[in-house]
Design a protein around this ligand. Structure first.
Ligand SMILES: Cc1ncc(CO)c(N)n1
Length: 242
């Protein structure tokens, strides 16, 4: 195995297959399954809400950093800038939604203390904002972060799911088809950029291979953080030990 995909198979397809166990761990987590089967602990949902609000606030400058990379790296006819800009606009709505949802559940957002997992994940985002991080690498992480939420929450809306009505709006936010399209577009950009690196010849070949390796590492790290984030939301002191 040289780690290169077969011709015609995209890099992200290769990675999704190679890392399918952790991907399933992130998209079919017990917390998500508890929403889907209606047994979710509402205090866990509220904990998720408060911590995710902190995450999303840190996600905004990350997406803005991707926007800058798109402006510097993509040709301006590719549509990348418009797509990422639509992501920034959606995050503006999302932050307002978090505030509304928090007041609905009686969660005081200004009083939420970030858990270690949240701090670590935000720190990871901050590292990815560096201008030294390549567009392909940042885009891969961006796609993976969004795709996990899309697949997770879409699962809670599938036929036969027993998601409580008061949580359906949250699931719709990330589980709707439009968000699915958005994730596909991010994935296509990531694949296009990774493909460019993989096919670069000449003296840059080593640099390009390193970039693809880096993107795969960040992809795995996103999945690990997503699992930890669900673990943190799902678990509570007193959940396992009475
Ligand atoms: C932890 C986490 N991952 C992904 C998303 C999707 O935006 C989110 N809101 N929170």
């Amino acid at each position: 195995m040289d780690g290169k995909p077969k011709a015609g198979v995209s890099m992200t397809s290769t990675w999704l297959r190679k890392h399918r166990l952790i991907y399933a761990g992130a998209t079919r987590h017990p917390f998500i399954l508890s929403i889907r089967d209606g047994t979710v602990d509402l205090s866990a949902f509220k904990r998720w809400l408060g911590q995710d609000y902190i995450f999303v606030r840190a996600f905004v400058p990350f997406v803005a950093s991707v926007l800058i990379k798109a402006w510097k790296n993509s040709d301006h006819e590719s549509g990348d800038i418009e797509l990422v800009l639509s992501g920034v606009a959606a995050l503006n709505d999302e932050i307002e939604w978090f505030k509304q949802e928090a007041s609905k559940w009686g969660v005081e957002l200004s009083g939420v203390v970030p858990e270690k997992t949240t701090r670590d994940y935000c720190r990871f985002l901050e590292d990815l904002m560096s201008p030294d991080v390549d567009y392909a690498v940042a885009m891969t992480a961006f796609w993976a972060i969004e795709a996990v939420y899309q697949e997770s929450f879409a699962h809670c809306l599938e036929e036969g799911s027993k998601t409580p009505p008061e949580l359906q709006e949250a699931c719709q936010r990330w589980g709707n088809d439009g968000f699915g399209q958005y994730c596909s577009s991010l994935r296509n950009i990531a694949d296009r950029e990774l493909e460019k690196s993989a096919s670069d010849g000449g003296p840059l070949v080593k640099v390009s291979e390193d970039m693809v390796t880096k993107a795969e590492v960040e992809f795995q790290r996103v999945l690990e953080y997503e699992v930890q984030f669900w673990n943190m939301s799902h678990g509570s002191p007193g959940r396992s030990a009475p």
